[in-house]
Design a protein around this ligand. Structure first.
Ligand code: ZN
Length: 399
């Protein structure tokens, strides 16, 4: 019979129902006259909904954390296995090299072993502009290049944002499994910068070797991530997972993942809209440029969406219509009025004294082509009828 347990929240699926799977113990000596074993145990739970393993977080108070991480403890587990750090750099290289300027932060980065190795890598194409480390107990050994900031990763809240550290690449190497609430931690980071990559490494539960006497099941590890659950957690916060891997390095089963936070906009759509504004501004400026003298006139051919947008965005268009410096040309809307101006048929507009140039407004290429043909047939001079979209692309392509 399984024992159900309530009181914890699963960071992966937010369910509160767990089964008690086992108990994890660790012990140390109490140095009295006679050595006394000091045993601490926590319940190991499995989420009944998603299968995520975690220990009972209600048992972690300050005294227990002090027991698990005594002041003189160092994180030399990875230091003694240099291949692990090298593989992290290799795994991230393609994404690091998307940046010409790198602003790197390392959560739980200890004394900077990893960042120093990364900074000395000859494979980086970009320049490292700044490096920072967030760590509960920052050590004395420091270099000028790394900024060390004391922060309890279990209680990030808005403290991290207040530090105002700019970063575009974050590392979180073997830290997430030690945190009480990895979801809360990742959400705080997610909020802290508009766009960045994050690399996460945790022990790989999928590769636990049941034949190995070395265990990763230890009360200092609160969370035990499968690849599926880590990806789900990252996705549900808003990170797009770019790359994952589970692999043993120097005998250690490791799960790696790279997530990306974008500014929330679809970049292609965003860029299109920016370009659209720029095209419109170009058209407006071209019109103004042709109206040097008081009697100069410019024709706008095709009075539809594009004209309406131009009219809405630039108030001077209305003013130019009022003083007859702009002619509205459209064969199907001829003789109708807009904002007090009569829309002229192309053959009439052609003979207007002072007409400098005519801009074709519709965006659709097929419409622009038929307007050009019509202009030629009516007898407009070839250099008089201009396609602002063609002019814009010539103008911005650097030719
Ligand atoms: Zn769950």
């Amino acid at each position: 019979m399984t024992t159900m347990f309530e009181g914890n929240i699963c960071p992966v699926c937010l369910s509160a129902k767990f089964e008690i799977v086992s108990e994890l113990s660790t012990s140390g000596w109490l140095f009295k006259k006679e050595l006394v074993e000091d045993v601490r145990s926590v319940a190991l739970l499995m989420c009944a909904k998603c299968g995520h393993y975690m220990t009972d977080t209600s048992q972690y108070n300050k005294a227990f954390f002090d027991f698990l991480y005594p002041d003189d403890s160092t994180s030399d587990a990875l230091r003694s296995k240099p291949r692990i750090y090298k593989e992290i750099i290799e795994f991230n290289l393609d994404y690091l090299n998307l940046h010409t300027s790198l602003k790197i932060t390392d959560f739980g980065g200890g004394e900077g072993d990893f960042l120093k190795l990364l900074a000395s890598s000859e494979d980086l194409h970009g320049v490292i502009d700044n490096m920072s480390i967030f760590e509960l107990k920052t050590k004395k050994a420091r270099t000028d290049k790394i900024k060390y900031i004391s922060l309890d990763l279990n209680h990030v809240g808005t403290a991290f944002e207040k530090e105002n550290i700019e970063f575009n690449y974050a590392f979180c190497i073997n830290a997430l499994e030690h945190l009480l609430d990895p979801r809360d931690f990742l959400k705080s980071i997610f909020r802290a910068s508009n766009t960045f990559f994050i690399f996460i490494q945790v022990p790989a539960v999928d590769l636990l070797d049941i034949n190995s006497p070395v265990t990763h099941l230890h009360p200092s590890h609160i969370h035990y991530f499968s690849l599926e659950n880590l990806v789900f957690l990252m996705n549900s916060i808003g990170f797009k997972v770019m790359r994952v891997e589970i692999k043993k390095t120097e005998g250690v089963p490791l799960l790696k993942a790279i997530g990306r936070k974008t500014n929330g906009k679809n970049n292609t759509v965003h860029e299109y809209l920016l370009k659209e504004k720029s095209r419109q501004a170009f058209l407006y400026e071209s019109i103004i440029e042709c109206l040097k003298g008081p009697n100069d006139k410019v024709g706008l051919w095709g009075i539809g969406n594009e004209f309406r947008e131009l009219f809405r965005r630039f108030s001077k268009i209305g003013a130019l219509l009022n003083c007859n410096q702009l002619l509205l040309i459209d064969s199907s809307l001829k003789n109708k009025r807009f904002a007090g101006s009569v829309i002229l048929p192309p053959e009439v507009a052609k003979n207007t004294p002072g007409l400098q140039t005519v801009f074709i407004l519709p965006k659709a290429e097929v419409t622009r082509r038929s307007i050009k043909c019509a202009a030629f047939e009516i007898g407009y001079r070839a250099d008089m009828v201009n396609d602002p979209y063609e002019l814009y692309s010539l103008n911005t392509s650097g030719i």
